[in-house]
Ligand binder design. Structure first.
Ligand SMILES: [Fe+2]
Ligand SMILES: [Fe+2]
Length: 281
């Protein structure tokens, strides 16, 4: 089976709608395998702000991929539940309802949610769940909460021995270097207080998550950072062979003219990156 990992499409922000449509065009024209043997995995921030127009536009693109035969799985990101400053319980309920067929493969249920596709087990989590209270929801950076982690622990016991892909939105790993290209050239305060502190503003219960999934998960996919890094050297400390940040498939906040998405082969954990050039004009 092939996993097509996409993330952080932020529909509604600048030209991301047409960019995501271009990615869908590419996937429809050049499927990496029979679409029925592929899972398109979206790790959140599908939309940039919780608005009807964004949700509707996103649905149309996902429906195009589904009509082509792809199985689509998704977990929610912070922007799906609000905007860049906050998440909101009412917006969360609307998003989960509108995209329940991709998030839950049916009626709305609790997280973690488990889907068995062929011989693989996909487990999706909501890394906003413990931040939906009034005091925690501002500048949310991801918090799974003990209730969800306890359920994950039990779920992983039930699927012991199977090939497990875990996916969530917020990044559980630090990265040890800055990948912003213009450090020193401009925006020194932004780099100091926003970008350079971002690695430390990771998923709040990342360490607890890593202890629970230790040696029980083969692939861990996430988004939120928008950098598209391979965190496997970090995750292998916990016995997780492959851990990947999906980046922003539509290049949101990214100094790039190449949209990218990964194709992961579950047979041998090999991965390839597809790039699509975008026009700046
Ligand atoms: Fe994002
Ligand atoms: Fe995010």
């Amino acid at each position: 089976m092939r996993i097509i990992h996409i993330s952080d499409t932020h529909i509604g922000f600048e030209r991301n709608l047409s960019r995501f449509n271009a990615v869908a065009d590419d996937l429809i024209a050049n499927p990496p395998d029979e679409p029925s043997r592929c899972v398109v995995l979206h790790t959140g921030d599908l939309i940039d702000a919780a608005m009807d127009a964004n949700r509707l536009a996103a649905k149309k693109i996902l429906a195009r991929l589904e009509a082509c035969g792809y199985c689509i799985l998704m977990c929610p990101g912070n922007h799906d539940y609000g905007d860049k400053l906050k998440i909101d319980r009412a917006d969360a309920a609307v998003f989960l309802r509108d995209f329940s067929s991709y998030i839950f493969q049916g009626e709305q249920a609790d997280f973690p949610v488990m889907h068995e596709v062929d011989d693989c087990v996909f487990i999706g989590m909501d890394s906003n769940e413990a931040e939906l209270g009034f005091w925690e929801r501002w500048f949310a950076e991801g918090y799974l909460g003990s209730v969800q982690l306890d359920k994950l622990n039990c779920m992983l016991d039930r699927v012991r021995g199977k090939f497990v892909i875990l996916y969530l939105h917020h990044h559980p790993f630090y990265y040890g270097y800055s990948v912003m290209p213009d450090v020193g050239d401009k925006n020194p305060l932004l780099h100091l207080f926003a970008w350079l502190t971002r690695p430390f503003r990771r998923l709040k219960d990342a360490y607890s998550l890593c202890q629970i999934v230790r040696d029980r998960v083969q692939v861990l996919c996430f988004g939120h950072m928008h950098h598209g890094l391979d965190s496997s050297s970090e995750s292998q400390k916990y016995g997780i062979p492959l851990a990947l940040d999906g980046g922003s498939t539509t290049c949101t906040d990214d100094d790039s003219d190449r949209m990218r998405y990964r194709i992961i082969d579950t047979k041998d954990l090999s991965q390839t990156m597809r790039m699509i050039k975008i026009s700046r004009s």
